[in-house]
Design a protein around this ligand. Structure first.
Ligand SMILES: [Zn+2]
Length: 386
């Protein structure tokens, strides 16, 4: 299969490259490497070798033993933002540092859920995580964080979806709801008609669509129009959860981010009291709602939402927080590793001959998820990077 994190176009120009960036010289993994220990998800104890960037279980006599421990397929942050901070786009040297921070936490595959910066240069760097970009957020005028999105009207949505599908790596990100000043509360961003056309357009371009949604009202049209994934999802009902299961719509709840709802509520209370109360209500029921989606079988993936408000490098904490929502340790870790890699098209969970992206831990993360904060070795594309 083709690698979905390979650039689909070759528009990368040196203008987008951080000044210090150099391509990792080939040959840094010249010698065969050996790792020993239980390999997740099945947990069978094995000797895993890395030869020319690939996994093999055929013994290589000359291989150097690098580490012993629990070997986990490269972690995935399924919702982060490389190239953003709270004020909008950041320059390439900051983008690079964000990617390195994620990598050093073991996150070797990032689904970027919208960025105002062109980060396609990251694809050229073997020492940075694999990156799946969603282009730039699509939102209504003055109804999202300033400087983040293309701010457009519903009739423009399909054309912008086509554009971002071409610019990205197979995903498009839309803002499904946001505060509407006249209503004083969250309201849906788009008409059903515009969403139907947008989903058709994205799928014709081979891209999947995901949406930021905090409230209840935007969800029926987003799910009804054939969306592929919901971000946050705090307004889900049992009926919509059933529809998500039936249509295999994923959920990335960003549970660390949900802890910020009381802050967002208080920041808006003076001007928008109904919004503030709504955000607090969504916060109060978040565990029940996300737990119901998990119990019903909605595919859930781990995303930190780093890059807007939250810092990068917190994938381990996101997994730990997911486990407090009722996910078993295996499901919480799978949501940030083998299951997420498969969902994003890297069906390479350390099988013979697959690319060597993995993290080694000193003890079993399934027995104690806090070990995720302390990777002992990080291997990306066959090179030891941490
Ligand atoms: Zn986000």
């Amino acid at each position: 299969m083709t690698d979905p994190t390979s650039p689909r176009t070759t528009r990368t120009s040196s203008a987008h490259r951080p000044p210090s960036a150099t391509r990792t010289p080939p040959g840094t993994t010249a010698g065969a490497l050996r790792f020993r220990g239980p390999v997740l998800p099945d947990g069978e104890s094995r000797d895993l070798y890395v030869v020319d960037g690939r996994v093999t279980y055929e013994p290589v006599a000359s291989a150097e033993l690098v580490a012993e421990g629990w070997v986990v397929p490269g972690l995935v942050d399924a919702h982060c933002h490389i190239g953003l901070d709270a004020h909008g786009a950041v320059p390439p040297d900051v983008q690079e540092q964000q990617a390195i921070t994620d990598r050093d936490a073991g996150a070797l595959l990032l689904r970027d859920c919208g960025s105002a910066a062109d980060t396609s240069w990251v694809h050229d760097r073997d020492d940075l995580p694999r990156l799946i970009r969603a282009g730039r957020h699509l939102a209504r005028p003055r109804r999202y964080i300033r400087n983040f999105a293309h701010e457009i009207e519903p009739e423009e949505l399909p054309a912008y979806v086509a554009q971002e599908a071409e610019r990205g790596d197979g995903w498009v990100k839309i803002v499904g709801d946001w505060i509407e000043r006249e209503a004083g509360d969250l309201t849906p961003s788009w008409t059903r008609e515009s969403l139907d056309a947008a989903m058709r357009t994205a799928h014709e371009h081979g891209a999947r669509v995901t949406a930021h949604v905090f409230g209840e009202a935007a969800l029926p049209d987003l799910i009804g129009s054939g969306i592929d994934c919901i971000e946050h999802g705090t307004g889900l009902s049992l009926d919509l959860i059933e529809q998500m299961v039936a249509h295999d719509v994923a959920l990335v709840p960003t549970v660390k981010q949900l802890d910020n709802f009381p802050n967002y509520a208080e920041a808006g209370r003076a001007r928008f009291p109904a919004y503030a109360d709504h955000m607090l209500a969504l916060h109060r029921t978040r565990r029940e709602v996300i737990g119901a989606a998990y119990d019903a079988g909605v595919p859930i993936y781990a995303g930190t939402d780093a890059g807007g408000v939250l810092p990068h490098g917190l994938i381990g904490q996101e997994v730990m927080e997911l486990a407090t929502y009722g996910l078993s340790p295996r499901d919480a870790l799978g949501a940030a590793s083998w299951r997420a890699r498969s969902w994003l098209g890297l069906d390479d969970n350390l099988a013979e001959g697959t690319t060597a992206d993995f993290v080694v831990f000193d003890s079993n993360p399934l027995e104690d998820l806090t070990v995720l904060g302390r990777p002992s070795r990080i291997v990306l594309r066959g090179a030891v990077v941490g």
